[in-house]
Structures are given as C-alpha cells and as structure tokens.
Design a binder for this molecule. Structure first.
Ligand SMILES: [Zn+2]
Length: 86
C-alpha cells in the first residue's frame, strides 16, 4: 500500500471538507446546502453583518453523509447584493 497516494474516496472527503471550511453560498430561500450531500444544513450560529456579508455556521444532519458523521462545520456566506441603498 502506497501511503502517499490518496484514494479517490479520501480525496473526495478532503475536497468537500475544504469546501465546507472555505464557505458555501447562503440563499435566503434555501439556506445553505451541505457541499457533500446537497441536503439543507442546519444553522447553529449566525454572525452579525460585516459590510455586505454575513457568515453562518451549519452542521449537516444527513446521517448517511460523511460531513455529518465527522461533525464538520459548514460555513456559509450570505452576500447582500444591494449596494448603496440607504
Ligand atoms: Zn451532508
């Protein structure tokens, strides 16, 4: 067994974990989706607005999903697209 070679499954987990950590899009209508299984991720923390962005933290609740099993925190970023309106 070659230790330095990632299996495809491991590479997938690493990639999806990175996506979760880097942040996924947040939709007012649909919330944030788990980058691995695409199911709606439950919010557990919402940060205040910072400029035109707001960060939330989620957990995937799909028992069959590895991000759920690993309790990986999914970060989402909401961007207010309306600028200059006061
Ligand atoms: Zn998931």
């Amino acid at each position: 067994m070659r230790r330095e070679k990632l299996t495809r499954a491991t590479a997938m987990i690493v990639l999806k974990k990175q996506e979760a950590e880097n942040g996924v899009d947040f939709s007012q209508r649909h919330g944030a989706r788990c980058p691995a299984c695409k199911s709606k991720a439950r919010i557990y923390s919402t940060k205040p607005w910072e400029g035109s962005t707001r960060t939330r933290y989620h957990h995937c609740e799909n028992g069959a999903c590895f991000l759920c099993a690993m309790r990986v925190t999914i970060k989402s970023i909401e961007v207010d697209t309306i600028e200059g309106e006061k």
